[in-house]
Design a protein around this ligand. Structure first.
Ligand SMILES: [Zn+2]
Length: 403
């Protein structure tokens, strides 16, 4: 049986108006009409349990047809992932629904001096989402974005002298910043809140923070560019455990796969039982409330510095470059993405550079990460890819923890 996590015991009248409207919108998409033809109405959680789930591609088909518009202000389009060839997108009105997040989650107060360390550009949403949240908090805020390695020291000194109290970013980026600060002996005694979004928490980051900023506590947001923020947690919660916002309906399937329904009537993306690829279960949080424990991804996507990378797509894409027989991705503990390339025949001297240029020079996909952090990508031409000793299979992705 599917299990639901909702702040009310069943769908309210307002929720039913929303689920009916979502169903109508999805039925109006010619490519999806058949799938929803058998669903008469969604008035209860039992009805919802019988409704079909949507996958990423289904939502992209729906959005391409519906082209949603906000009732007021600007309709923003953000990139949620995809391959080097085509981005997947999500829509949101100005404000990115952060009014509801702020009403239920007080990671920043008016007294805070907040540094926004999420990278901006190429339609990535987290930077703008954090700014919308800061607007509600009414704090002092600074837009930093991504830093290159040689910029850490001067910026850390700036944060110290400006008495920065809050810092936000993707855990893998935060780890680079605070790992560097720890090595350099920097202390940030004024820092009390670390906001994070985009990846799971990294315990190593907790250790670095304890050394650098003894008063800092973590405050997490969980979601995706399609659903926007689904849930939050506080320093009192386990890092993998989340409390959904009232307008977000979470369903845990029998196979532990999660799907989400956005009950917010202003929601532009038609999120009705939308599967993000995350697995999870409903638990009692360490803070005492019922909550969602997220168990990680099960869909062939990896989060690399907060950006979703489709492993199979990237491996296939690199395989189309002339001179490449097969490629393999290696993710290491030191936050490096390695692309191993097996050459077709004799490897030309430029093969590694060609592959690198193809990935970094792409308009879409993870190129933004590497344009800003060229050292985060390493392309190596090898005689053999890494195989599984037992089965002899060569996986698309190898994860190494020795870094
Ligand atoms: Zn909790």
């Amino acid at each position: 049986m599917s299990e639901f996590l909702l702040s009310t015991s069943d769908l309210t009248e307002a929720d039913r108006a929303r689920t009916r409207a979502l169903l109508d919108r999805l039925r109006s998409v010619p490519a999806l009409a058949d799938r929803y033809a058998g669903v008469e109405a969604i008035d209860t959680l039992d009805d919802l349990a019988k409704a079909p789930v949507m996958l990423k591609d289904d939502l992209q088909v729906a959005l391409a047809h519906l082209r949603p518009r906000a009732e007021q202000g600007t309709t923003w389009v953000f990139q949620s992932g995809g391959s080097t060839g085509s981005p997947q997108v999500g829509y949101a009105p100005t404000g990115l629904y952060m009014d509801e997040v702020h009403a239920h989650w007080k990671a920043l107060t008016a007294d805070d001096v907040f540094v926004n360390g999420w990278s901006a550009g190429k339609m990535w949403g987290a930077h703008f989402l954090a700014n919308s949240y800061a607007d509600h908090a009414g704090c002092v805020a600074m837009n930093l974005g991504a830093m290159a390695k040689d910029e850490y020291d001067p910026w850390l000194e700036f944060f110290r002298t400006r008495k920065v109290t809050a810092f936000g970013g993707t855990p893998s980026v935060l780890r680079l910043v605070f790992g560097h600060a720890r090595e350099a002996g920097v202390k940030l005694p004024d820092l009390r809140s670390v906001l994070w979004l985009g990846e799971g928490w990294d315990p190593q980051l907790g250790e670095d923070l304890a050394a650098v900023a003894v008063n800092a506590r973590r405050w997490g947001m969980f979601g995706s560019t399609e659903t926007w923020v689904v849930a939050t947690n506080t320093p009192d919660c386990a890092a993998d455990t989340w409390h959904p916002l009232p307008s977000q309906l979470v369903c845990v399937g029998e196979d532990e796969m999660l799907d989400f329904t956005t009950l917010n009537p202003r929601g532009l993306n038609p999120i009705l039982r939308y599967r993000t690829g995350d697995a999870g279960r409903i638990v009692t949080c360490t803070c005492g409330d019922r909550a969602l424990q997220v168990l990680g991804r099960r869909d062939g996507l990896i989060k690399y510095r907060g950006h979703l990378v489709n492993v199979a797509d990237l491996v296939r894409d690199v395989g189309t470059i002339p001179g490449v027989a097969r490629a393999q991705l290696v993710v290491t503990g030191n936050d490096l993405l390695e692309v191993l390339v097996l050459p077709a025949g004799e490897a030309g001297g430029r093969l590694a550079a060609d592959v690198r240029e193809h990935i970094v020079g792409s308009a879409f996909g993870p190129s933004i990460v590497f344009q800003r952090n060229p050292h985060a990508l390493e392309v190596r031409v090898v005689d053999a890819l890494i195989g599984n000793d037992r089965t002899g299979k060569i996986p698309d992705l190898v994860t190494r923890h020795d870094g």
